[in-house]
Design a protein around this ligand. Structure first.
Ligand code: ZN
Length: 215
């Protein structure tokens, strides 16, 4: 089984205490920091542009896992890469130029991934599997809060895990992940877990321990 990685989402952090909270993540050996970039078009919310990514890069040594929820991501890739993103994931639904986006990211020495919204079929991954480093499956609609984790997507996780085979691709899930559903995802082959609200509400170190224990 591929190595477990936790990717707390900075969107769930208390921005007033960000430095302190990042320190706790570092002390607890969190593998990735998930950064949601939202443009107000692809999703209704707006969050975290290149300037914020640059700020985060200066504040922490945790690699930045940047999830682009923006229309036409090809227009912003250079700025996101220049800002210090280590992994960049792009929604299958957000561009007609997925190949050139992946090539751009890879040519600049960063890791590239593809994200599928809950209703997008895993079959759409077929022709990118040999080009990418990560697949991110949304377990809720991107940019939406409710109604939480959709358990019927576990079958999709299993299918994607099977597609990946022994390729060096991380399989990540995002949306409503907590200590009650992490195990079922892990058993379906997922190894990277985004968690926002769950990790940052309450005792962060304890939440991280609980995720690792339950995975
Ligand atoms: Zn995300």
């Amino acid at each position: 089984m591929r190595k477990l990685k936790l990717a707390p989402s900075v969107f769930g952090a208390d921005l007033g205490n960000l430095r302190e909270q990042l320190k706790i993540l570092e002390e607890n050996d969190v593998e990735l920091l998930h950064v949601d970039v939202m443009d107000g078009h692809f999703v209704e919310k707006m969050a975290f542009g290149p300037d914020h990514i640059k700020m985060l890069k200066n504040m922490t040594s945790i690699p930045l896992d940047v999830h682009l929820m923006i229309e036409k991501p090809e227009r912003k890739l250079d700025a996101i890469i220049d800002a210090g993103a280590d992994i960049i994931t792009i929604h299958q639904e957000s561009t007609t130029r997925l190949y050139s986006c992946i090539e751009k990211i890879k040519s600049r020495g960063r890791k590239a991934g593809v994200v599928l919204s809950p209703a997008t079929s895993e079959d759409t991954l077929k022709y990118v599997l040999d080009k990418i480093d990560m697949i991110l499956l949304m377990t809720i609609n991107p940019g939406e809060d409710g109604p939480g984790f959709h358990p019927e997507l576990v079958e999709k996780m299993r299918n994607v895990h099977r597609f990946i085979g022994d390729r060096p691709i991380d399989l990540e899930v995002d949306g409503g992940i907590d200590n009650t559903n992490i195990q079922v995802c892990r058993e379906a082959g997922v190894n990277v877990f985004v968690s926002g609200g769950y990790v940052f509400k309450g005792d962060i170190a304890e939440k991280i321990r609980s995720l690792r224990e339950n995975a």
